[in-house]
Design a protein around this ligand. Structure first.
Ligand code: FES
Length: 128
């Protein structure tokens, strides 16, 4: 069932918008005027992807920088180790990050669910 979820003006080019699709949460992605809808929660540790960034078709998670293709939800890059610059972190922070990195390696990253999207006049519609 096609349902209007936003107007085209609601999502700038390169922008992301959180929308509800019935009981599901999704992110609308505007890739140079072509819209895609993917699951809002990251396939790694559930970060809200509407807080991430979009470059072309690549959606980057705001938490650990995993990357997904918004066209099909495929995982493109696994979580990246964070870089805090040249200055060493305090010892306690280094220990915490070391534990976090070891745990992250044991967590699978799932691709994102996607939904068909169409634009009619100025409405963005998703088949839910
Ligand atoms: S929660 Fe998205 S990459 Fe970790």
């Amino acid at each position: 069932m096609w349902t209007e979820v936003a107007k085209t003006d609601d999502v700038a080019v390169g922008g992301l918008k959180f929308v509800k699709l019935g009981g599901a949460q999704a992110v609308l992605c505007n890739c140079d005027g072509v819209f895609y809808a993917v699951a809002r929660r990251c396939g790694h540790m559930n970060a809200p992807l509407d807080q991430g960034s979009l470059a072309g078709h690549v959606l980057t998670c705001p938490l650990h920088f995993g990357q997904f293709d918004v066209r099909d939800g495929a995982v493109l890059a696994y979580p990246l180790d964070r870089h805090f610059g040249a200055e060493p972190l305090p010892e306690q922070a280094q220990r915490v990050l070391g534990v976090e990195q070891r745990l992250q390696r044991k967590i699978r990253v799932e691709g994102l669910r996607t939904w068909p999207v169409r634009v009619t006049a100025e409405s963005i519609e998703v088949d839910i």
